[in-house]
Design a protein around this ligand. Structure first.
Ligand code: TXA
Ligand code: MG
Length: 310
């Protein structure tokens, strides 16, 4: 079954998208669940398949900075600088939306998030499709994001019409989201492009850059079945590990090589569930560079949904 749905046929993907279907989209960050951003019915399907509340806005994926400008009624200088510097790449900009951008895409907001993904197959698809693709991560709402075509199939099965296989995602966690609507750009979600790299080219507002503040971002998210507990030091994690049953315990040290860890983070979280791990102890990386995004996702993975306030 999965063989018929997973493949590398870009023409088939284009046809499905033009007909209002859903395609699993490989990107450098995570796999997306893509639909034609200009077809209301197609975009609506994304929410049904993911089980996602329909006021959570989607990111529109386009092939170039020129294409991105078309989705905005006011293209700020900050978006121009960020786009020309980091695209194609793991960065999304939030800008004032053009009048005809569907309310289903923006979740009722007056702004729209846009990015040019840094993946050769995604770019090939976008160039042949020649339009915008609305795509959230291709996982069930609140669960671990997918970083392989098989992950998408495992989560969504045949409710996706086709999954383009672009291999494992190189970055492995979602794009950095920068809100460019105000006078000073603000990071709403840390991600694949580091805050330090952004600050080299544009001044950022707000000093609270560590955690997601984009709409639709909940305290519990990216969550595996097992209970996740976070530690600052390996020695603390090792001490705590003695209190758990070794048969269903796993300890992961994310602090030694955060960049490499990021690329396999979601696979490792998924593997814990496959292996029947009940308690996962993770040593966090420092809160800088890609470490900020890792800490953001793991903090959400560790959040007990029973304590969720909204
Ligand atoms: O790397 C990524 O960004 C991946 C790949 C597939 O491109 N996509 C992704 O989409 O992570 P998703 O839907 O899982 O997260 C997108 C987040 C939304 O939850 C929302 O917080 C934010 O982007 N967002 C979208 N539109 C926005 C807007 N107009 N204003 C503020 N935030 C927005
Ligand atoms: Mg997501």
């Amino acid at each position: 079954m999965s063989n018929q749905i997973i493949g590398t046929d870009v023409d088939r993907a284009v046809e499905i998208l033009r007909n209002g279907g859903l395609v699993g989209l490989p990107t450098e960050t995570v796999y997306g669940l893509a639909a034609d951003a200009s077809q209301k019915q197609a975009v609506t399907k994304i929410f049904a398949v993911k089980g996602r509340p329909n006021n959570h806005p989607l990111i529109v994926h386009v092939e170039s900075v020129d294409a991105a400008r078309q989705w905005s009624s006011l293209w700020p200088q900050s978006a121009e600088i960020l786009g020309t510097t980091f695209w194609p790449g793991p960065l999304s900009v939030v800008v004032k939306k053009a009048p005809d951008v569907l309310v289903e895409v923006t979740g009722g907001h007056q702004s729209v998030a846009i990015r040019v993904p840094g993946h050769v197959i995604a770019l090939e698809l976008l160039s042949r499709f020649s339009g915008g693709l609305a795509a959230p991560s291709a996982n069930r709402f609140g669960k671990v994001s997918p970083t392989t075509a098989q992950h998408v199939f495992d989560d969504l099965g045949t409710s996706v019409d086709y999954i383009l296989d672009g291999g494992p995602c190189a970055v492995g966690l979602e794009s950095t989201i920068v809100d460019c609507c105000g006078d000073i750009p603000v990071v709403l979600r840390p991600g694949g492009i580091t805050t330090e790299d952004i600050q080299k080219i544009v001044a950022l507002g707000d000093d609270d850059l560590g955690m997601s503040r984009a709409p639709g971002m909940l305290p519990a998210h990216y969550a595996p079945q097992c209970q996740v507990t976070l530690f600052q030091e390996l020695s603390e994690a090792m001490r705590a590990s003695e209190t758990f049953d070794a048969a269903t315990l796993r300890v992961i040290d994310a602090s030694t090589n955060p960049l490499v860890f990021a690329s396999s983070m979601y696979s490792q979280l998924r593997q814990c569930d496959i292996d029947g791990v009940k308690h996962l102890l993770v040593v966090l990386p420092d809160a800088n560079g890609i470490g900020l995004a890792i800490r953001d996702r793991l903090t959400k993975a560790a959040h007990d949904p029973k304590n969720q306030s909204h």
